[in-house]
Design a protein around this ligand. Structure first.
Ligand SMILES: Nc1ncnc2c1ncn2[C@@H]1O[C@H](COP(=O)(O)OP(=O)(O)OP(=O)(O)O)[C@@H](O)[C@H]1O
Length: 294
């Protein structure tokens, strides 16, 4: 069992944006979901933990490795799937993984071949091993991305926004693969897609404007909203008025009309009906919701 401890991590970019504001988290083996809207600071946190950028202050340790002061040690036990996994042109899946295994220091050719075959099989691409990665679908490329992140038996795997652009079938296959991987190591899944966390994670954090605004299990976050979420179909020109009178936490179109969810300690009456809260309600009630009407 590994433990990742992040304490008071802060980072302000040269342009004055505070991307990390005293971030503290403690994670153990399993799938951890880091949920936040675009610009929340997720990639900044992932890149810092992956030793690709420095923090201004704070500490981060993985067991006895001091991540910020000893990046070389961390890299030995890190698997990283960045937001943009650069794919090499005209190279087969097998060649790409072999190349990356060499870069990761697996020098024994026999051992390397066995590992690459094992990984291709694990991500269900063995049959496609001689095909050019360039022609792969988004989901297949992400599976190559996971295969390369598994080289070298990592203790910590970071995947940054991995499901963006995948169709539902590909997303499902990717979920299954991640769930399988996540049993024995720490996996941090950074995403703005609530479904990713609902499907996969037993622990989560919600990040907004550089701060952790929730840390715990998805279930207890949902329970905390029990009896406090109400919905109503309204007309589009009433939306602004409702936004003034109620705390709207989400707004989606149903059959061409806005269906709003509001947060309220008491029943708001006025045609609202109580609904069972879900993880989307949790997400939108915890982040700045000033853009729900856009
Ligand atoms: N190198 C940089 N220089 C200046 N500002 C940056 C830099 N990288 C990120 N930012 C800003 O820091 C904030 C956090 O960005 P970050 O990419 O960490 O967020 P995110 O949650 O990963 O969002 P996304 O899903 O869009 O990647 C944003 O306001 C972003 O514009």
């Amino acid at each position: 069992m590994s433990t990742l401890k992040i304490n008071n991590l802060s980072k302000t970019y040269a342009n004055g944006v505070k991307a990390l504001d005293n971030v503290s988290l403690e994670l153990e083996n399993g799938m951890f979901g880091l949920l936040g809207p675009n610009g929340a600071g997720k990639s900044s946190l992932m890149r810092t933990l992956a030793t690709l950028q420095e923090a201004d202050s704070g500490t981060a340790t993985l067991d006895d490795i001091d991540i910020l002061n000893d990046p070389a040690e961390l890299r030995k036990v890190l698997g990283y799937l960045p937001q943009e996994f650069g794919v090499y042109p005209r190279i087969t899946a097998e060649q790409l993984l072999t190349h990356l295994a060499i870069l990761k220091g697996i020098t024994n050719a026999k051992e390397r071949k066995e590992l690459v075959n094992y990984l291709l099989d694990k991500v269900n691409l063995y049959e496609k091993r001689n095909k050019s990665v360039k022609g792969f679908s988004g989901g297949m490329k992400q599976r190559v991305g996971i295969a390369q992140a598994l080289i070298g038996n990592p203790k910590l795997i970071i995947v940054d926004e991995p499901t963006a652009g995948l169709d539902p079938g590909e997303r499902n296959r990717f979920y299954n693969l991640l769930a399988d991987v996540g049993k024995e190591v720490i996996v941090i899944l950074s995403t703005h897609i609530v479904e990713d966390v609902r499907e996969l994670c037993t622990k989560m954090a919600i990040m907004n404007l550089g701060e952790i605004v929730y840390h715990g299990s998805p279930q207890s976050a949902i329970e905390a909203l029990n009896g406090k979420v109400f919905q109503k179909i309204v007309s589009r020109d009433q939306l602004q008025g409702y936004a003034t009178d109620y705390k709207i936490i989400s707004n989606k179109m149903v059959g061409g009309q806005p269906l709003i969810h509001v947060f309220s300690e008491e029943h708001p009456q006025n045609g609202f009906e109580q609904v069972a809260p879900d993880l989307e309600d949790v997400f939108f009630s915890r982040i700045n919701t000033s853009n729900v009407l856009v």
